[in-house]
Design a binder for this molecule. Structure first.
Ligand SMILES: [Fe+2]
Ligand SMILES: [Fe+2]
Length: 289
């Protein structure tokens, strides 16, 4: 877990090392532009810098970089130094098909910049690749969260020596059944999942979406016997998520270990965006102490 919302920035950047290879999924990190009507706090900018540095450090050490889609919390922004991606093998979501207009534009710019640093880029939608004893599989393009107008994402499966991990990318808690299918068919022990977007409940995320998400997550837990389910990203932007998911958490308590990226790493949760109003109240910029 390199950078995640529960660690302080919008991201799902994940590093997986197997015996045969090392993989970094989604080399980007960002801040929510407005929350509680407030811009990011300087403490969030500091964290963003730290996360971006950590991403570039880990990317340098990785054999493979995966790009699940082209939102700026998953890839670097134009203008950022990406020399750390020089000559890297980069497995990407198809930038031309099953993609919305804004992501197509962003993908175009990103790929131009990758060319300049001599990256070795390959489209992997729906494919399976083998690196030594490690098998990497990618889902077909799946709807971004609850709204295909936001484009499509790839889920990633990493399998070696009987162990399987899945990174779901931006599914917002598995709102549609197709997003669950790839996970169930691969029977993972660990799922790194974008949790339901409860901070937008009643707005861009309906109660019906949340119900569907709970149903699909339960189905995944029952059918795969997954041992650890990491729920983070959209979910960790809500400081009350444990209250909103109370019934679900109680129901699955004996079946699976539910973690955030922070708690999985044994670190304190620091969902800075969810606390932005408090940050601005407690730490006013320019104020002397
Ligand atoms: Fe996204
Ligand atoms: Fe995202």
């Amino acid at each position: 877990m390199i950078a995640f919302d529960s660690l302080g920035t919008r991201s799902m950047s994940t590093y997986i090392a197997t015996k045969s290879t090392s993989i970094l999924i989604d080399p980007g990190s960002a801040l929510g532009p407005r929350r509680y009507g407030l811009p990011p706090h300087p403490i969030e900018y500091e964290k963003l810098k730290e996360h971006k540095e950590r991403i570039s450090d880990m990317a340098r050490e990785s054999d493979i970089i995966v790009v699940t889609h082209y939102h700026y919390d998953h890839i670097p922004r134009p203008g950022e130094d990406i020399s750390w991606l020089s000559r890297k093998k980069i497995l990407i979501k198809d930038p031309h098909h099953n993609i919305n207009y804004s992501q197509r534009m962003r993908a175009g710019i990103f790929l131009e910049n990758l060319k300049k640093v001599d990256a070795d880029v390959e489209v992997v939608d729906g494919r399976e690749l083998v690196f030594g004893g490690c098998r990497l599989a990618f889902s077909e393009p799946l709807q971004h969260g609850n709204d295909s107008r936001l484009g499509y994402v790839l889920q990633v499966m990493v399998h070696e020596a009987g162990e399987t991990v899945i990174h779901t990318s931006d599914v917002e808690g598995i709102v549609v059944e197709e997003q669950a299918r790839f996970i169930i068919s691969n029977m993972p022990q660990i799922v790194v999942c974008d949790g339901p977007m409860t901070y937008m409940l009643g707005d861009k995320y309906s109660k019906e979406d949340l119900k569907k998400s709970m149903r699909n997550l339960k189905k995944i837990i029952k059918k795969t016997g997954v041992e650890t389910l990491i729920l983070d990203h959209h979910l960790a932007r809500d400081r009350d998520w444990r209250i909103k998911l109370k019934d679900f958490l109680e129901e699955v308590r004996d079946m699976v270990e539910i973690k955030t990226a922070a708690s999985y790493m044994g670190l304190p949760e620091q969902s800075l965006e969810s606390m932005r109003d408090t940050l601005w109240k407690l730490y006013k910029v320019g104020e002397e102490d």
